[in-house]
Design a protein around this ligand. Sequence first.
Ligand code: 5GP
Length: 210
Amino acid sequence: MSKRIRRGRLVVISAPSGAGKTTLVRGLIARDPRFEFSVSYTTREQRPNETAGVDYHFVTTARFEQLKAAGEFLEYAQVFDNYYATGREAVETLLRAGRHVVVEIDWQGARQVRAQMPDCCCIFIVPPSVAALESRLRSRQTDSDQVIRRRLRDSLDDLSHWREFDYIVVNDHLEAALDELAGLASGRLRRNRVGTQRVARRMQRLLGDS
Ligand code: 5GP
């Protein structure tokens, strides 16, 4: 007798740049083998520390347009000067096989995924303060002050979309944030739900000083 496989959970994780999202997402996947990372398509240049097919599928703009026209994308967006997208079929196959799938995408993509798959769990990672965000952006960039200021502005703009998510994770202490992310992603935890007073106050404290 064949056993019916329970469909996996689709977990959407977004964050403004400088919130520490990549470390948290990697930690989640490393910690819990039920989660699978969805490898996105991008038209941006491969960075030296990245592996094709593992970090991203690196494609030309022409190929990206072709896939988009063929309806292969669950969502797509332009972020900074490049295009990014999530492949529909890969995500579907994993979910059908009972795997939990993590898509790490920006808020524009999160909005599109939610419209098509309302059951997904959308988590927004935020920095503990705007000052912490700025210092993270500064510490990892060799960029000019002007570029850093632009990134900070972009990050603050991203942050303004927090209400479109289900849960907020404040990345203050890495281990605590990882515990919280793992709990929310697996459905075990329901803490820091958007719409609660607690989260409204937390976000006001965060954005009030921007
Ligand atoms: P990076 O180029 O630094 O890896 O990513 C830049 C931004 O693009 C990040 O905010 C990241 O979440 C977003 N991103 C990465 N993959 C996707 C995707 O498949 N779809 C969308 N909408 N955004 C993505």
